[in-house]
Ligand binder design. Sequence first.
Ligand SMILES: Cc1cc2nc3c(=O)[nH]c(=O)nc-3n(C[C@H](O)[C@H](O)[C@H](O)COP(=O)(O)O)c2cc1C
Ligand code: SF4
Length: 429
Amino acid sequence: MESRLLPDEPLITLDAYLAAGGGRGLERARRLPPEEVIDEVERSGLRGRGGAGFPTAVKWRSTLELAAQYDRSQLYLVANGAEGEPGTFKDRPLLALNPFAFVEGLLIARHAVGATGAFVGIKAKFTRPLERLRDALRQATGAGWPGAGEVEVVTGPDEYLFGEETGLLEVIEGNPALPRLLGPYQRGLFASDDAPNPTVVNNIETLANLPGIVVNGADWFRKAGTEGSPGTMLFTVVGDVESPGVYELPLGTPLRSLLVDIAGASDIKAVYSGSSNAVITPARLDDPLDFDQARADGAGIGSGGFIVYDTSRPILRILATLSAFLARESCGQCNACKLGTATITDLLERLCRGEGDQRTVRAIWQRNKTVTDQNRCYLPVGEQLMVGSTLSEYAGEIASGLGKPVPEINLPVPLIDDIDDATGKVIYA
Ligand SMILES: Cc1cc2nc3c(=O)[nH]c(=O)nc-3n(C[C@H](O)[C@H](O)[C@H](O)COP(=O)(O)O)c2cc1C
Ligand code: SF4
């Protein structure tokens, strides 16, 4: 099926975007009452592409309802372009190749929710997407797209928690990316007690789907995907595959088609969707890439970034690497998360050195139970899912390897800096 989000040729001038049919979604949305735009998005079944698959229209409506309870409250819209999940590299090519689709989607969303202000949070190190985004905003402003001139682009640090939605709000306010106790819909940007300023946070790709939905309608959107997970999604595949890259596919496509047929994986041992989901074993390769199926199985599709490890990789080394990433990125506001992720990582590294025994494995299980205690954010939940599922699924390999050092292999945390279009080579951070 045709790509909806990633064009074959970059659409980086407004003329090229308009010639390809762009711009009509915003025009149509502006002629409709905001409520009707939200109805159309609701009928489309669009779900967030940032990790949780939350229904976009439901998020908008509940934020609007909260905002309506306060006289002095503002409502803000924030686009999340932090793209910090290991194995994920899709918002950057989307912004670099089709920046106007995102800008148009952002302005449609702003009209739909009646946001006072719109912000884009993006890592400062994403220089090319940032340049394309700023250029697209300049061109859209010059062409008189309503609201384009008021969008504020805020650059942020190279930290995992910059992508966590409340960490993102903190950075926009000029603070470090430390997650808050309350969600953005309860306490948004520039909030005070009598003005909680409920804020909608949506992922870049989520917003880029809006022009198509508004101009072509919900039924068109639903022509791709499944009943519960409609549309296409940008899937990244890296690791032990012949053709790493980003691929746009209808939701519901079997995981095997993506990993084996398209990306050329073979001898798969374990697959992780980012660092914050349960492991996917080869037995699950025929599962559809679908938010509900994946969740029922305990492994979400997250932001659609898959890290593939083949049978040459020792599972303990993989697990220790991913756990070390979460331990490093944990901000320390919650003791159980910071100390728990660090202890689990230490114990895994001991096992890798061949120093532990079954008691070490039991200690990891024990610590994994409490790592989420009083957590402000989802990071330690990711650790719990990843560690618990891997210890269960690969219990045999782990038990038989106890007491033997795991070979040292070069296994980077798959934080992607770039994927070379010409060679397909992945450059890790
Ligand atoms: C530790 C952590 C990191 C996250 N990183 C990102 C990110 O880089 N980009 C993103 O869009 N969402 C990220 N999220 C999810 C956001 O908190 C939020 O759910 C999302 O931006 C909502 O957009 P959506 O409804 O369009 O999916 C992260 C969540 C957590 C817990
Ligand atoms: S749960 Fe962990 S990462 Fe999240 S705020 Fe608490 S310490 Fe920081």
